[in-house]
Design a protein around this ligand. Structure first.
Ligand code: CA
Length: 582
């Protein structure tokens, strides 16, 4: 009876705009996602990834009244890292959990509508915990990637599998953890597995059927393809020029994985994907820039053609994956993009041409380069701070060990930043840490770690690792910062209500003033937050939500830092908040 009543209410609400909702989630709705506060249809709260909400009911004056509306446990023994961003549509929340699980919940009550648990084979090889970052919505489908490198599309209402497609061979180290991106009616995905010598690429599929449309490798030398309706593939040219920036055969297992997915700007018609480290980590094995690793790659959404690329760490020797999100924004009538790279520098690019406009550090200690030359766009390397060649030097098995900052976990890692068109500031969840790193001999073996390097992560300061920083992209200055003892690993959201929301591994979801950084509100979620918050409006109520569950790469790879935070407890739940009436 209750169910029927709510269906009637939902139908009544949709009666005002029946055409908009008749076909489920449309391209027009996704392109309008950043402006519409009523649903969340893309990872990034808009395909540009700004994570800016126009909603103002929860604001710097009212946020003190923010209280829990409901909480839902992902259940089971499978907790581990929860890095997922919830999606909201048609009164439902779609949220993924660790171990390739997805849940549909009533967005007002938290009541479970359905759950899908992907059956994972033995021998999956996710590098950095069994995480998932979210789903995509299209038509009546909810689509997400799995740890065994598949894509699964489910009926939003019933949870039934509509299609399932293999991306690649998990036994060769391929996996998928990013939220897919929908742009111009295509489903765009990448691959993870740079630590196993996979070949990075961007792929486009028909989101309704899962059939391939085009594929574009992000390692120079590999062939791109387009596919006709019957699945017949045609060559569309090699990425770059074979052996121009890679020696010998190494490009064949060259990494440059697109593991964090991409953003899309309808104004430029391009999708922007970051790429990970060249494989293996030992840079002495692969002289050259090793395109298109540790870069931002801008592709034409309809063809997959690379329109421009910018390599943040040429000839990467530190695992400075350039996967970080490229967020486009408007400044003085110009379309720009901002990126806080794992290598510690923040880059401002012309989003149309890829021309470097500005570059500055967003962390306080960087050892591998003294800065970025704005004329050439290249880093000023500190040659002595590259980990040594294991065939030379005092210790022939290891090469010279160097101390590097940032650590390979990065000035920023997977945790997405936010941009506010109201303050013109980027809110960057940064970390200050370093590492001892050395190289070792290595050769490629399918399904085996392909690093050729060893490392230990070190703290730099006694009192903090994480720092939420408001960065001015024009001046390159830190406008304000909030230090945090544990490394920040959740994302950031900002709102027209003059607030910035972010979570901490210590378990708090916090709201701070977007202009000053003053803390306005916090709530203990019961486990560490390593996921980005979201907000939406349902009727006359603004909701705020975040997933809680400590994990991710830090406990697995964090060396001395992992020891420092090993008191943090795991979890797996989603929290939803609204203002109390008084
Ligand atoms: Ca990597």
């Amino acid at each position: 009876m209750k169910k029927k009543l709510s269906s009637v209410l939902i139908l009544a609400a949709f009666a005002a705009s029946p055409a908009l909702h008749a076909a489920g989630v449309t391209d027009a709705m996704i392109e309008n996602d950043a402006k519409s506060g009523n649903d969340i249809l893309s990872y990034g709260m808009g395909t540009q990834g700004q994570r800016y909400s126009p909603l103002t009911q929860v604001n710097s004056k009212t946020v003190a009244r923010l209280v829990p509306a409901w909480s839902f446990s992902f259940g089971g023994e499978k907790q581990r890292g929860q890095e997922s961003q919830p999606m909201i549509h048609n009164g439902k929340m779609f949220v993924t959990g660790s171990y390739s699980r997805i849940y549909a919940l009533d967005a007002r009550t938290g009541a479970k509508l359905w759950k899908y648990e992907h059956r994972l084979p033995e021998g999956i090889m996710p590098c950095c915990d069994v995480v998932n970052r979210g789903a995509a919505l299209y038509g009546n489908l909810v689509i997400f990637g799995t740890l065994d490198a598949q894509l699964v599309a489910l009926n939003q209402d019933t949870g039934e599998v509509v299609w399932k497609e293999k991306i690649d061979d998990y036994a060769a180290g391929y996996s998928n953890t990013a939220a897919p991106l929908i742009a111009k009616g295509l489903l765009l995905t990448g691959v993870a597995g740079g630590e196993f010598g996979v070949v990075g690429r961007i792929e486009a599929r028909n989101p309704l059927t899962g059939t391939m449309v085009w594929s574009r490798p992000t390692v120079e030398g590999h062939m791109g393809y387009k596919y006709d309706k019957d699945g017949k593939k045609t060559e569309t040219g090699i990425s770059g020029t074979t052996n121009k920036t890679w020696p010998g055969e190494l490009w064949k297992t060259g990494g440059a994985s697109t593991w964090l997915g991409g953003t899309y700007d309808a104004k430029t018609g391009m999708a922007y994907f970051g790429t990970g480290n060249p494989s293996p980590w030992n840079s002495h094995l692969r002289p050259g820039d090793n395109l298109f690793s540790s870069s931002t790659v801008a592709v034409d959404v309809l063809t997959g053609d690379i329109k421009w690329h910018y390599q943040t760490t040429p000839h990467d020797g530190w695992d400075y994956d350039g996967v970080n999100e490229f967020i486009t924004y408007e400044q003085n009538g110009k379309r720009l993009g901002g990126k806080a790279d794992r290598n510690g520098f923040f880059y401002v690019m012309d989003a149309t041409t890829g021309k470097l406009e500005n570059a500055f550090p967003f962390v306080k200690k960087i050892t591998w380069a003294t800065g970025i030359d704005l004329k050439t766009g290249r880093p000023n390397f500190v040659a002595a701070n590259r980990p040594g060649d294991p065939t030379k030097g005092a210790d022939a098995a290891k090469g010279n060990t160097v101390f590097s900052a940032p650590s390979f976990l990065g000035g920023k890692n997977q945790q997405p930043m936010a941009y506010s068109p109201k303050t013109n500031l980027f809110y960057v969840p940064a970390n200050e840490w370093g590492m001892e790193i050395w190289n070792e001999p290595v050769s490629y073996k399918k399904g085996a770690a392909y690093l050729g390097a060893g490392f230990t992560i070190k703290t730099l300061n006694d009192d903090y690792i994480g720092a939420l920083r408001a960065m001015d992209p024009v001046t390159g200055k830190i406008v304000w910062e909030i230090k945090n003892p544990a490394p920040l690993w959740g994302g950031v959201m900002t709102t027209a209500g003059d607030l910035v929301f972010y979570g901490t591994p210590e378990g708090f979801l916090k709201a701070v003033d977007s202009k000053t950084g003053k803390e306005m509100w916090k709530f203990q979620t019961g486990s560490g937050v390593v996921a980005p918050p979201v907000t939406w409006m349902d009727g006359d109520t603004q909701y705020v939500s975040v997933v809680s569950g400590w994990g991710g790469a830090v406990p697995l790879w964090g060396g001395d830092v992992a020891k420092k935070v090993n008191y943090l407890e795991q979890g797996g739940s989603v929290w939803v908040f609204k203002l109390s009436s008084k």
